[in-house]
Write a new protein. Sequence first.
Length: 128
Amino acid sequence: MKRQNISSHGKFEASVGYSRAVRVGNFIYVSGTGATDPEGNLVGIGDIYLQTKQILKNIEWGLKQAGATLQDVVRTRMYVTDMSQWEGAGRAHGEIFHAIRPASLLVEVKSLVMPEMLIEIEADAVIL
């Protein structure tokens, strides 16, 4: 199977050694994604709902570069720094995935790479 690495040209991709997304055959794996805009600025500081919406836009971009759409997502993993805010993340996730209904995980973690990040999301997709 052919491997395609997708880069968003983020400042850490080369130095840390990862890709925004990787496609192997019909499978796409989107790396843990934060709520940054194209210039690398964090969107929605203090608002997990807005951060989740931005993250899902970023995931959608990675999927598109790999020839997939949000409709192809079969699994998401959400990592939040404060479980008491889960409803904001869940609401944003539900607005996008209410009909798609991928398998999902929501866990609390101690912290993320930027202290202002409230959530990070990974996604897996399969093109049928």
